[in-house]
Ligand binder design. Structure first.
Ligand SMILES: Cc1cc2nc3c(=O)[nH]c(=O)nc-3n(C[C@H](O)[C@H](O)[C@H](O)COP(=O)(O)OP(=O)(O)OC[C@H]3O[C@@H](n4cnc5c(N)ncnc54)[C@H](O)[C@@H]3O)c2cc1C
Length: 285
């Protein structure tokens, strides 16, 4: 396996006491395969701000693996974002996933009130305050962001984030490798050379997969949807089918030159480690 490839695991701050209790074990199991880093989501408007911080601390203290906070800017102020960046720098963190965040359901347009409107402004702000201290990842949408007017406008908006100083991109989840390859080719033609790492969502159920796809506009292929629905009451069968579909997707992506994989673990070690094993990714002794 090419050692320049980047493999990362995304966690979210647990919202229940059971989730909090389970997290150290999940981090420990995932850390055992030595990913390049863990990232930790952050609620738009700072809803799980403390949770993000606590989860980062748990990773730094227990995993010995680099931790990268997600930082959303929608509904936030420059002063607040500046304070968070200082706090992360003091913790020794060097990597940020910079995002706009989802707008409240009541928002009337794709823009939002507040001091930041789009992720490119956040990227510029981080560079202005901290120069090259942070490695900045931004989001990319091979199947287009659901609020974008068109694929071309969305692409131009993606370019703005790169020009503002993003070092790499993590994609929204998708199931069609061709959508990813088309997006990467478009970047190549436009002279955008940053690594675009596919975001991989393990399949663990029918209802949650449909919900995740509905939430972010990812296209769930009809044949996969039908088969998941059929297997809904057969958990082992569904998990086996889901792992097979996602393993093949990952194999195709890596074979086609993807610079790594970013796994949306949904705070479960098992499904991601199953993919890791299927892909014969290295496990340190
Ligand atoms: C890897 C990954 C991790 C994520 N983690 C989180 C998280 O931790 N917390 C969370 O709340 N959400 C998270 N999200 C979801 C993300 O916040 C949403 O998808 C959000 O709606 C868009 O964020 P963005 O950073 O891509 O926004 P932007 O890049 O700002 O794009 C948002 C929309 O605005 C358009 N746009 C962008 N710039 C401009 C401009 N200058 N003028 C006009 N239109 C513009 C774009 O085309 C797009 O339609 C994550 C998504 C991904 C892919």
């Amino acid at each position: 396996m090419d050692s320049s490839l980047s493999f990362s695991f995304e966690l979210f701050p647990p919202r229940t006491p059971e989730g909090v209790a389970k997290l150290p074990a999940v981090i420990g199991q995932l850390a055992a395969v030595r990913p390049d880093y863990f990232s930790v989501t952050y609620g738009a408007g700072g809803s799980d701000q403390d949770g993000t911080y606590q989860t980062l601390v748990a990773i730094v203290e227990h995993a010995g693996v680099e931790a990268a906070p997600h930082l959303t800017c929608v509904g936030s102020t420059r002063a607040h974002v500046a304070a968070l960046l200082d706090r992360y720098r003091e913790m020794g963190l060097k990597r940020i996933v910079a995002l706009r965040g989802d707008l409240p359901a009541t928002a009337m347009s794709a823009s939002a009130p507040g001091e930041f409107h789009y992720a490119n402004e956040l990227v510029s702000f981080i560079r202005e305050k901290h120069g090259d201290h942070f490695h900045i990842d931004v989001a990319a949408y091979p199947e287009m962001h659901p609020q974008a007017q068109s694929p071309s406008e969305d692409f131009e908006n993606f370019r703005r984030k790169v020009e503002a100083g993003a070092d790499a991109a993590l994609t929204q989840l998708f199931f069609n490798a061709d959508a990813y390859f088309h997006f990467v080719e478009r970047c190549d033609k436009a002279g955008i050379g940053i690594p675009i790492v596919p975001g991989i969502m393990p399949i663990t159920g029918f209802a949650n997969t449909v919900r995740f796809c509905g939430g972010c506009g990812a296209d769930l292929p009809r044949w996969v949807r039908l088969r998941l629905e059929e297997l809904e009451d057969d958990k082992p069968g569904l998990q086996e089918f889901g792992a097979e579909v996602i393993t093949r997707l990952c194999e195709a992506l890596l074979r086609g030159g993807a610079p790594g994989l970013h796994f949306y673990t949904v705070n479960q070690a098992g499904p991601t480690l199953r993919l890791w094993k299927n892909l014969a990714l290295p496990v340190p002794v």
